[in-house]
Design a protein around this ligand. Structure first.
Ligand code: APR
Length: 428
């Protein structure tokens, strides 16, 4: 546990006991034992980008904030995730003083390359968008910077916090109980809970069935095999390769690491893709009639299959629990919108909660879900468009002819390029 603020160190004397349902109840009459912390204005579940952005903004506004993260600090600061941030996300980080690392080490990204019928063409999307551009910056570095910023602002994080349970969500004092790294169960009373624990976390699952609507895309036939390799990129710009064998993507991370994607059948077993097969397929699908060579390197993790299904849960609020980021949706990796949306949600959540706590103004809370979801649906549209542009309908020649036309238009029409740029860069 990292703890650097005495205000949260629990002057209240109490112990906890397990209730028959496995949850933990406060037992104020139990033998005295110091237990920390017992109270926080806001408990944030999950130290991903959504949770940490929310936590830093709240902590800097003087809100007692506790972050609970089930993984270790080393794990969250090294776990490879996304790597491309759009201008909306960078703006959030900039205006909250969280962009130092990004400015120092991030690489601006202005152009992307498409490969189609073995010909390469470049879309100078930043030029079409008044100079707005992406920044390539590995998400784990961003997370490490956010952890440092949060701790520096006096926030408390419990890493390795397991078996998190949420209770009394519709009361004024919802509680969160968890088993801390020392094996002790603790219960924290709060005023708000920020559920930022990703798509498989506990927060959304704590909301009673029927209270959330979910809107999903049915039966996307597409999936991508995601590959992370220890090799310098063979390009200085993202490559979208559209080949008769399906899509292949060459993404950027840093000067020693590259991310690749291969379009595969949704039911693909990643175990059927040993590294030799992956490299062979990448060579074939990214082939271009030019002097270009793809450098190979060892895989940094086993490849995994990412389905392109999209899923939205609404509203993003149940009583005093607010969901943010992947806890409230799943968007495909195309167009790299997931991290940006999570960052933007984190800021919107923090400002809404701060207004409620400091000014008793609940209007931003009431508007929270709609504000985040409107942004997310716009991002989903951009992602859907990009998927249609790059994924190949292998058994549908009609769809392939339309795809050819779309790509030709993107290559030749400034209007099509400007439209692409707008969606590629907005809203995050
Ligand atoms: N208890 C505590 N922590 C949990 C729990 C739990 N039950 N379940 C998950 N977590 C933690 C995870 O270990 C992780 O650190 O919550 C965090 C969630 O972080 P992310 O998955 O990064 O979610 P989010 O902040 O919403 O960002 C998601 O990042 O990589 C991009 O595009 C990707 O859309 C995705 C976005």
């Amino acid at each position: 546990m990292i703890k650097n603020r005495s205000a949260l160190s629990g002057e209240t004397v109490a112990t906890t006991q397990s209730a028959p349902d496995g949850r933990t109840a406060l037992r104020p009459d139990a033998p005295a034992r110091r237990s920390r912390p017992q109270r926080a204005d806001v408990v944030v579940i999950g130290a991903g980008v959504a949770g940490l952005v929310a936590a830093v903004i709240l902590a800097r506004r003087g809100v007692d904030t506790l972050v609970l993260e089930c993984a270790s600090r080393a794990r969250v600061e090294s776990r490879p995730r996304a790597g491309l941030l759009g201008p909306g996300a960078v703006d959030v980080l900039e205006r909250n003083g969280l962009a130092d690392g990004l400015r120092a080490e991030g690489a601006p990204h202005h152009n992307c390359e498409f490969r189609h019928r073995r010909q390469a063409f470049i879309v100078e999307y930043a030029r079409h968008a008044g100079g707005r551009h992406h920044v390539v910056y590995p998400q784990q570095k961003l997370v490490a910077g956010l952890v440092a910023a949060y701790l520096a602002s006096g926030g408390v994080i419990e890493f390795d916090a397991t078996d998190v349970t949420l209770d009394a969500l519709t009361s004024d004092h919802p509680t969160v109980s968890f088993v801390a790294a020392d094996g002790q169960r603790r219960t924290v009373e709060s005023r708000f809970i920020a559920g930022c624990d990703g798509h498989h976390g506990v927060s959304r699952r704590s909301i009673p069935e029927g209270a959330l609507r979910n809107t999903r895309q049915h039966g996307s036939p597409w999936a991508w095999l995601a590959v992370l390799a220890a090799v310098a990129p063979s390009t200085d710009k993202i490559i979208y390769g559209i080949s008769p064998r399906g899509f292949a993507g060459h993404m950027l991370r840093d000067h020693r690491t590259s991310r690749f994607y291969l379009q595969v059948e949704a039911a693909t077993d990643a175990a059927d893709w040993p590294s030799e097969r992956i490299w062979e397929e990448l060579h074939t699908r990214l082939a271009v009639d030019a002097d270009w060579k793809l450098a190979e390197g060892p895989l940094l993790e086993p490849p995994n299959v990412i389905t392109m299904d999209s899923l939205f849960y609404e509203p993003m609020r149940f009583g005093r629990l607010l969901l943010a980021g992947d806890a409230s949706r799943r968007v495909p990796p195309a167009a790299a919108k997931g991290a940006g949306l999570a960052i933007a949600d984190g800021e919107t959540l923090a400002l809404a909660v701060a207004a409620a706590l400091h000014n008793s103004d609940e209007r931003p809370l009431d508007a929270y879900s709609e504000a985040c979801q409107a942004r997310a649906w716009l991002a989903q549209e951009a992602s859907t468009k990009l998927l249609q542009m790059v994924n190949v309908e292998l058994s549908d020649s009609f769809a392939r002819r339309l795809q050819d036309v779309r790509l030709d238009r993107l290559r030749t029409s400034p209007v099509a390029a400007a439209e692409f740029a707008e969606q590629y860069l907005s809203p995050v």
